[in-house]
Write a protein that binds this ligand. Structure first.
Ligand code: 1GP
Length: 247
């Protein structure tokens, strides 16, 4: 069943061609910095806020951050969990994700089984997502015990994305890893999009409007950035990224 947040994302993609989402890692900033970042990003027309990070262990810190962000913005707050500690009742939705190229069954289905009853109890909207780690993979690759897909093997990424879609996952995420030196190559985005066709999220190592433009041109529907907003004046940077989608 498609919920309110998912419908909102799909409508925005339809209307604008592609969208930008701002990722906030509660471990990398204080609660007040997180709410400031979220409200600046909202003012620059980012579509939603994602909250998560590969090494989150404190559910209470996560709760505080999500609560503060919810107070600061009207756009949806979507959890991006690395584990069961990435679940907060204060969010609007959660990417209900499986790390498809993990060698560890815990990240394929184990954490999901543990987390599902809590998600139901909290009434969070669960949005099914196939998560695929590519290239260096960074912390997401290490923590998730992934065998990252090499950049020069786009057909493997396409096969993973197609399998995700056949399993009923409504979104696919190509993840180069937070702070990756090289973002997901356009060839890979293009091949995944032409093989599979469904909503495609791309993130990891994206830093400039020009890169956003190229990734969207190759077929990305949602661009996620985190690191670059931590390192820049949020409003100026998100303005640059969002404008390059809309242009
Ligand atoms: C990480 O894809 C996201 O999960 C965002 O990556 O921090 O490199 O923008 P960056």
């Amino acid at each position: 069943m498609i919920g309110r947040v998912e419908s909102y994302l799909l409508d925005k993609i339809l209307k604008d061609g592609a969208i930008h989402i701002t990722l906030i890692d509660p471990e990398k900033m204080s609660t007040s910095a997180a709410s400031h970042t979220a409200s600046e990003a909202e003012a620059s027309e980012t579509t939603a806020i994602m909250v998560g990070g590969s090494t989150i262990v404190s559910a209470s810190d996560l709760d505080k951050t999500v609560k503060a962000i919810k107070k600061a913005v009207k756009i949806p707050v979507i959890l991006f969990p690395n584990n069961i500690t990435g679940i907060s009742k204060h969010a609007d939705a959660i990417w209900f994700m499986s790390l498809l190229n993990s060698l560890d069954p815990y990240f394929l289905i184990g954490a999901q089984v543990l987390g599902a009853p809590l998600i139901k109890k909290y009434g969070l909207e669960a949005i099914p997502l196939g998560y695929i780690v590519v290239g260096e993979g960074a912390a997401a690759g290490v923590i998730g015990r992934a065998t990252p897909i090499p950049y020069e093997k786009p057909e493997l990424a396409a096969a993973h994305a197609l399998a995700a879609r056949y399993l009923g996952m409504r979104f696919v995420y190509l993840e180069a890893g937070s702070g990756a030196r090289q973002r997901v190559p356009d060839d890979m985005i293009r091949m995944v999009k032409s093989t599979d066709g469904g909503p495609l999220i791309v993130g990891g190592g994206i830093r400039t409007g020009e890169q956003v433009k190229q990734a969207v041109g190759a077929g990305a529907d949602i661009i996620v950035t985190g690191t670059v907003t931590e390192e820049s004046v949020v409003k100026d940077k998100v303005d640059e990224l969002v404008k390059s989608i809309k242009r």
